[in-house]
Design a protein around this ligand. Structure first.
Ligand SMILES: C[S@@+](CC[C@H](N)C(=O)[O-])C[C@H]1O[C@@H](n2cnc3c(N)ncnc32)[C@H](O)[C@@H]1O
Length: 154
């Protein structure tokens, strides 16, 4: 077992999950603040140089686990580890955000897809070393192709 404590909380306008864009083509442009505990502010030293960050957070309002689920991006079920479902055995969320500016222990970011007051477990610089031509998008690519042909809800 691991004991984890939030390093801070998300501050944003989303109070209800229904407000967060979802489904094929959903774009996450919402701005918000990652408010890091002031006692940990020294850990943000030099973060300003990074354009994007990984935010690791807790789905603190998920009450169930679904090993197989149909995501809003498809009309077919997929395994939880092949999706970004909030209903996970370990309720951990991962979001890439754009760092707009730092104001002390507050990181102003764009790309929020979590609810207000979501606990933040960690923040790391986003560095991708995977060449675009090496990336495979699995079932999502199939769902996008079917939607383009008019067969899938968005
Ligand atoms: C599909 S998940 C993806 C989250 C993250 N980008 C990831 O891949 O882990 C995003 C959804 O999680 C739900 N959600 C957001 N914040 C949450 C929270 N604090 N607790 C439980 N569910 C949350 C909302 O329904 C939101 O649309």
């Amino acid at each position: 077992m691991f004991a984890m404590h939030p390093i801070g909380f998300v501050r944003c306008g989303y109070r209800d999950a229904a407000e967060i864009p979802r489904g094929l083509g959903a774009s996450h442009q919402a701005e918000g603040v990652l408010e890091i505990e002031s006692a940990l502010a020294a850990g943000l030293t030099d973060i300003e140089g990074f354009s994007h960050l990984f935010v690791i957070w807790a789905f603190d309002r998920s009450k169930s686990v679904e090993l197989l689920g149909t995501p809003p991006t498809d009309d077919r079920p997929h395994g939880v580890f092949a999706t970004r479902s909030p209903y996970r055995p370990n309720p951990i969320g991962l979001t890439v955000v754009e760092l707009l500016r730092r104001d002390g222990n507050r990181l102003h970011v764009r790309g929020i897809d979590m609810l207000d007051a979501t606990p933040i477990l960690d923040v790391k610089p986003y560095l991708s070393g995977v060449a675009p031509e090496k990336l495979r998008r699995g079932w999502l690519e199939d769902a996008e192709n079917r939607a383009r042909k008019g067969g899938t809800r968005g």
